[in-house]
Design a protein around this ligand. Structure first.
Ligand code: SF4
Length: 295
């Protein structure tokens, strides 16, 4: 049956209508201490052979299923070389000529060995949106959670994406530094976003469905998770310091207590009002109950 998947498979919420094409399995980094997405044995990192990808695309094409968007999975498809990505995009265009948009998760380090000219060529072949899990703009937080990236490396990648004419959708993790690093996490994340001006920005609340043991190891003095008020306070600092020109902002993932949506800067004051009301007069605002948070 095609496409064939090695489960579990993850995709950004906005890719729910897309064909998920698993061109790699797992994540070649797989060390971030907050991430359990690809820790199962069957998810050891491996690129899928080109022949298998073409077979799957052929089968999808013959099925007559209309496809106008494709998401390249898993967590690290952009680690593939320029040549391999070029061959995959050529195959997508050949078998699914109606495709309008191809997207992928992208780690900043994935772009180190790709030039802007190469990325531009990939964009011309349809790869136009990169989901970049920056998680934080604070180097101490990034180091403690073993992201393997820094404020600088994240910005270099986001600028390269822009120079190639692609769009970026950035994720920041609310609560990632716990109470100890909350303020610097918010301030430096805002500074990174202001420098990068991504087209999309979303925040998720960090959560540990499989336990916190691995995560705790990065915080020798103990990690203190933020409570609901702490998460809102951190969001207030982040929003206050964002000076974005035209970024679609979403904080509506199931992990969030408070749903925030708007365009920044246009809606900054309204979004801040909502966060401040959640902090000071929570009885006047609809918050998700614990059981409504899809963790
Ligand atoms: S880089 Fe992404 S997919 Fe890989 S371990 Fe970190 S958060 Fe998970």
């Amino acid at each position: 049956m095609y496409p064939s998947y090695i489960e579990p498979v993850f995709r950004p919420p906005s890719e729910w209508k897309s064909l998920i094409l698993q061109v790699t399995n797992g994540c070649s980094w797989n060390r971030c201490t907050f991430c359990e997405m690809y820790t199962a044995d069957q998810k050891a990192f491996r690129p899928k052979p080109q022949g298998d990808i073409e077979q799957e695309l052929k089968a999808v094409s013959h099925s007559g299923m209309p496809v106008d968007r494709v998401f390249l999975a898993d967590g690290d498809a952009m680690t593939l070389s320029f040549r391999r990505l070029e061959a995959i995009l050529a195959a997508i265009n050949h078998y699914l000529p109606d495709v309008q948009r191809i997207s992928s998760y992208c780690l900043p380090r994935n772009l180190k060995n790709k030039t802007v000219a190469e990325l531009t060529q990939l964009r011309e072949m349809g790869l136009s949106l990169m989901y970049v899990g920056c998680e934080s703009g604070d180097d101490e937080v990034l180091q403690r959670v073993q992201k393997g990236e820094t404020w600088d490396s994240s910005l270099v990648a986001l600028e390269k994406i822009r120079q190639a004419g692609m769009k970026s959708s950035v994720m920041i993790l609310n609560g990632l530094g716990g109470s100890q690093l909350s303020e610097q996490h918010a301030l430096h994340s805002a500074r990174l976003m202001n420098a990068a001006q991504p087209e999309y920005l979303s925040t998720l609340v960090v959560s540990f469905p499989l336990g916190m043991e691995r995560f705790q190891q990065g915080f020798e003095e103990g990690f203190e998770p933020l409570d609901q008020q702490g998460l809102f306070n951190e969001m207030e600092i982040l929003l206050e310091h964002l000076t974005l020109n035209k970024t679609i902002f979403r904080s509506d993932h199931a992990s969030n207590y408070l749903i925030l949506k708007g365009v920044l800067g246009r809606d900054k004051a309204a979004l801040l009002d909502k966060v401040r009301m959640a902090i000071r007069q929570p009885e006047r605002i609809a918050l998700r109950e614990e059981w409504q948070r899809g963790l």
